[in-house]
Design a protein around this ligand. Structure first.
Ligand SMILES: Cc1ncc(COP(=O)(O)O)c(C=O)c1O
Length: 451
């Protein structure tokens, strides 16, 4: 039996959108026009458009028509600038004012030193001492790494993720991710034509038996996991769960990308998943969350067999990440300052989590005691996108659960992610959380009754 006609239309339009032939924001033909062109009925086209809208590929407006969605998830989630920076609960970054002066000094020190090697081309992907410092940084937070030759430098974790997807998967391949995940992974996979499949999670992160079944039943090219203070749910995998995930990776011999960018927030180091599946795992750390996102310094620990291949890919694409910020990173790591700054940020997060729990008392919150962010389950009368918009209309930026959904066909959980670190000034943070709590308490569904 052939598939229903409306699904064939969905498939065709989806392909045109994904290939860029139907541009973001462009208007689709009306139901009647397309029905005429395809020799079908307007009802069939309407059904196809409804499915495309459910998949968040198009948006339909009464009286105006249907338009290709703007996939601006990343810019929606990662908003560095807002009209009122004191109300930004959206961006996950350290409280920079604590140590920005020290960063100025370190960079001046580096640039005044007349270190010519930093201005030239450097062999491999980076200088040995920078890779050595990367190994030292990652080891401190639970990664087993003895040979710095297995460490490759990248210009931030996002660059690391993109290099790994491009180097180790092909267009059309499937990548397994946490059901709610960092939108940078979703937009990267989408842009590169890789499919993502959502793996169910619980309070400790991705479920090993679900991953196992998936690897058994389908062709999975890569698994991507954020094991600590997961973005967005803040779930942290305990050691036992990590070993179980590693067992699945080893059994199915599938590539694992372990993005441990928030690992420094664990009060005690937790063994990396990579430790238990070193042949198949790439482990990413970065200084973006612990020290400064502007430095763009990330370290990838590769399986012993893969270092040259990944290094060659990075060389072919950008030659190498600039050694200048890595020189600053190496200085901070070697002196121990980077670890102190990271711990200082963890303490700030710890304190802010307590403040947030006071301001948002009575609401259902998920986080670790020292996470940068928390996951807030909305009261039954609020939906995630509607609340995000209502908060935005009051100048407060929060991140809707819809930004993090790996499977666009699933129902969006009624939840939002709140970053507690983007607002530098603590009284301003408390006041913003307070305003948010007021809005959360307001059931606006019946406001029109009073109009
Ligand atoms: C899980 C995760 N990975 C990677 C990144 C990007 O990090 P970087 O600034 O090092 O590129 C982020 C930023 O929010 C993130 O949350």
């Amino acid at each position: 039996m052939s598939a229903p006609k409306y699904l064939a239309i969905v498939k065709k339009i989806e392909a045109l959108i994904r290939s860029g032939q139907f541009k973001e924001g462009s208007q689709l033909p009306t139901h009647r026009e397309l029905a005429q062109q395809l020799g079908t009925t307007p009802i069939t086209v309407a059904k196809a458009y409804k499915t495309l809208a459910e998949r968040k590929l198009i948006e339909s407006f009464v009286g105006r028509g249907s338009f290709v969605c703007n996939h601006s998830q990343l810019s929606d989630v990662i908003r560095a600038e807002s009209s009122e920076p004191e109300k930004n609960l959206s961006i996950l970054q350290p409280c920079l004012s604590q140590h920005s002066e020290r960063l100025n000094q370190v960079f001046s020190q580096i640039l005044n030193r007349g270190n010519e090697a930093l201005y030239g081309y450097v062999e491999h992907t980076g200088l040995a001492r920078h890779r050595l410092m990367g190994a030292m940084w990652a080891r401190h937070y639970g990664l087993e790494v003895t040979d710095h030759n297995e460490v490759v430098l990248a210009s931030g974790a996002q660059h690391a993720l993109s290099a790994l997807i491009q180097c180790y998967t092909q267009p059309g391949d499937t990548i397994a991710v946490e059901a709610l995940t960092y939108p940078g992974i979703l937009s990267m996979a989408n842009m590169l034509g890789r499919k993502v499949v959502a793996v169910a999670m619980d309070g400790e992160g991705m479920l090993p038996h679900v991953l196992d079944d998936l690897c058994q039943s389908s062709d999975i090219a890569m698994v991507m996991i954020v094991p600590s203070h997961q973005n967005p749910t803040a779930a942290t995998m305990p050691a036992e769960r990590r070993e179980q995930i590693a067992a699945v990776i080893n059994r199915h011999r599938v590539w694992l990308v372990e993005d441990d960018i928030y690992g420094f927030l664990n009060p005690q180091p937790i063994a990396a998943i990579t430790n238990f599946a070193p042949q198949y795992s790439f482990h990413i750390t970065s200084l973006s969350k612990a020290v400064s996102p502007g430095m763009r310094c990330a370290f990838i620990k590769t399986p012993a067999t893969e270092c040259d291949r990944l290094a060659a890919f990075i060389r072919a694409t950008i030659w190498l990440p600039s050694p200048i910020p890595f020189a600053a990173a190496a200085l901070l790591i070697h002196s121990g300052e980077a670890f102190r700054i990271a711990e200082e940020q963890r303490q700030i997060a710890l304190h802010r989590q307590q403040l947030a729990r006071e301001q948002l008392a009575g609401f259902t919150l998920y986080s670790q005691p020292d996470s940068y962010h928390l996951w807030l389950e909305l009261p039954a009368y609020w939906q995630a996108d509607a609340f995000t918009l209502a908060a935005k209309n009051r100048g407060i930026l929060v991140s809707s659960a819809s930004y993090f959904k790996a499977d666009p066909l699933t129902v969006t959980p009624d939840a939002i992610r709140l970053s507690l670190m983007a607002i530098e000034n603590e009284p301003a943070l408390v006041s913003t959380l307070n305003q948010l709590a007021e809005l959360l308490k307001r059931d606006t569904r019946f406001d029109y009754v009073h109009c």
